[in-house]
Design a protein around this ligand. Sequence first.
Ligand code: ZN
Length: 192
Amino acid sequence: MTGRTHDLAAFATLAAVFVASPLREMSIATAVTAVFANMVGGLIPDADQPGSDLYDKVRGGNMLDEVVTPLFGGHRHVSHSLVGLGVGSYLAWWLLGYLGKFLIIDRQVVFVAFSLGMWSHLVTDMLTREGVPLLFPWKKKFGIPPWRIMRLKTNSWIERLLVFPGLLTFTIWLLIKNKDKVELFLKEYLVF
Ligand SMILES: [Zn+2]
């Protein structure tokens, strides 16, 4: 999948979990950091890919690209597996604990938003022909549906004209359908 599909899938997942969960009071800083962390989580598994969108979005990204990319051992390896998710989650939890010394953010909320981004990345990549090595170091690639022929090609017209607009429509529909909850959250639960 392309970076923008991952980006949107991460946000759609966040929105779906938000509307399904009980409201929780949080600071504006937490909410903004959570949305940002969700985007990073949605793109980070492709940090193994030279020229990934993630590098375009962060300052000094091109330098980072040259250092980080070789560490992953090629595209869609460990970063697209349960081991990768575990390591990514551990690092994120640790980093948020460290940042907590300087920033007043709700570690749990930001962590969940980040993790949802990562999970959504793996699931959306499973819809593509290449599949993902979920059980790395076992090399077998897994996909949904299990038959490769029924899966999507990355950046194909189906992704651009059906998956992306479909996901966008779904997200907007979800937020409109739950607009009372969204409004209540913005008015009563979001604090300075
Ligand atoms: Zn990927």
